[in-house]
Design a protein around this ligand. Structure first.
Ligand code: TXA
Ligand code: MG
Length: 334
C-alpha cells in the first residue's frame, strides 16, 4: 500500500474522511502524540489498527471525540466525578474510562465493559474527528513496543506501506500520551500518568486520586503490561543524577566498541562535555516533549542510550514512567 503524507488542510481532511468512512486507517496529529485512527463504530476498521501496529488484541483503544455531546453515544450517563472532569479538563490531555454502551464493539475495548474516551486539546485533531463525523478509535501511531511518534515523519517511519494516509500537522507540544483516569470504579484511579497530574485532578474532584503503581496488575490498564517505548538499541536509566556511575558505564561501553550517547537535561550537558551527549531541554515539561523524538533520533546514530533523569515534579514522574519502560527496567545502581 502506498502511504501519502499530506499537510492537514481542507483538502486532506476531506480525503481523510473518505478513508475513515470507507473503513481505512488515517494517522493524525494530537497535542500528545500522533494517533492511528479508525471509525470506532466499524469493527473491521478497528481490527486493521491491531494489524497495522502489531498490537496485542487484548490491549484496548481510546475513542476520540471532537464534541462533548458525542460521549452520550459511547458511554452510560456520567456520575458526578466524570461530569466534573468533562466540564473542567476536557478538551485536554486526559482520557477517562467510563462504562461503555453497546455501540462500541468489544474489539475496541478488548472485551472490557468500559471504554476510554478522550477529547484532544489539539484543534487539528478535533478538525479531523469533525470532518469524519464519527468517533475515532486510535492508539498512538507507532509500531507496537516502539517509542510513540511526535512528528509526522516518526509516523511515516513506522507506518509506511501499512496505511493510506498520514495527516501532517503540528509537532506534538506535550510529547507523552494522555493521562488515563479510570472513573468506572468506586474511586478515581490514574492508570497511566501524563501531563494532567493527580494534583490537578484532585483539585477538580475535591478528593484524593490514586495512581496505579502495580504495573503488573492485569485488572487495570491492560496496556501497561507490554514492552513499551523501546528504541532499536539497548537503553539504561540513571535516576539519581549519579554522574560517576554514568561515566563508568560509558567507558565500559567504549571498551566494548559500542557507540553510546547520554540523554540528559541542560544542566548536566557540560558534565559530559567530552562524550556523546544530547540535551532533553531545561525542565520536566521539556523532557516530556523531547524524549520520544530523541530516542528515535539516537537509535539511528548510536548503539546504546543512557538516559539521565531525576523527576523534579509530578510531570517528571510521568516522564519517568515512560523512561523506565524504554529502558526495559534497566535502572543503574551500585
Ligand atoms: O495521548 C493519547 O492518549 C494517545 C493519542 C493518540 O490520543 N493515544 C494513546 O493510545 O496513547 P494507546 O492505545 O497507545 O494507549 C491507550 C492506553 C493503553 O494503556 C490502554 O490499555 C488504555 O489506554 N486503555 C484503553 N481503554 C481502556 C479501558 N477501557 N480500561 C483501561 N485502560 C484502557
Ligand atoms: Mg501507545
Amino acid at each position: 500500500m502506498k502511504t501519502e503524507v499530506l499537510e492537514l488542510n481542507n483538502y486532506s481532511l476531506q480525503l481523510a474522511s473518505k478513508y475513515i468512512n470507507a473503513g481505512e486507517l488515517v494517522a493524525f496529529p494530537t497535542e500528545t502524540v500522533y494517533g492511528l485512527g479508525a471509525n470506532a463504530l466499524n469493527e473491521d476498521a478497528v481490527k486493521k489498527i491491531f494489524i497495522a501496529k502489531g498490537r496485542p488484541s487484548d490491549n484496548p483503544l481510546i475513542v476520540h471525540i471532537s464534541d462533548k455531546s458525542m460521549i452520550d453515544s459511547i458511554a452510560y450517563p456520567l456520575n458526578s466525578d466524570s461530569q466534573k472532569i468533562v466540564d473542567c479538563l476536557m478538551p485536554g490531555s486526559i482520557t477517562i474510562v467510563l462504562n461503555k454502551k453497546p455501540s462500541i464493539s468489544d474489539f475496541v475495548t478488548a472485551g472490557l465493559s468500559t471504554v476510554a474516551v478522550r477529547m484532544p486539546k489539539s484543534v487539528q485533531a478535533r478538525e479531523f474527528i469533525d470532518a469524519c463525523k464519527v468517533p475515532i478509535a486510535a492508539p498512538s501511531a507507532n509500531l507496537s513496543s516502539r517509542p510513540s511518534p511526535t512528528t509526522a515523519m516518526d509516523v511515516y517511519e513506522d507506518m509506511n506501506g501499512r496505511i493510506p494516509l498520514i495527516l501532517r500537522g503540528d509537532d506534538c507540544a506535550v510529547g507523552i500520551e494522555s493521562t488515563v483516569l479510570d472513573l468506572s470504579r468506586d474511586y478515581p484511579l490514574i492508570l497511566r500518568p501524563g501531563i494532567v497530574t493527580a494534583s490537578e485532578i484532585s483539585k477538580v474532584l475535591g478528593k484524593e486520586v490514586k495512581v496505579l503503581t502495580d504495573t503488573k496488575s492485569k485488572v487495570n490498564s491492560p496496556g501497561v503490561r507490554y514492552k513499551h517505548y523501546a528504541p532499536s538499541c539497548p537503553v539504561a536509566l540513571e535516576i539519581e543524577d549519579n554522574i560517576d556511575r554514568v561515566n563508568v558505564l560509558y567507558e565500559k561501553l567504549l571498551k566494548e566498541k559500542q557507540n553510546p550517547v547520554i540523554l540528559c537535561i541542560d544542566k548536566f550537558v557540560s558534565a559530559f562535555a567530552n562524550k556523546n551527549v544530547v540535551s532533553l531541554g531545561s525542565d520536566d515539561v521539556d523532557v516530556a516533549k523531547n524524549i520520544f523524538m530523541e530516542l528515535r533520533a539516537c537509535e539511528k546514530h548510536y548503539t546504546y542510550i543512557i538516559e539521565v533523569f531525576c523527576p523534579q515534579n509530578e510531570v517528571g514522574y510521568s516522564v519517568m514512567n515512560r523512561m523506565t519502560k524504554s529502558a526495559g527496567g534497566n535502572i543503574l545502581h551500585d
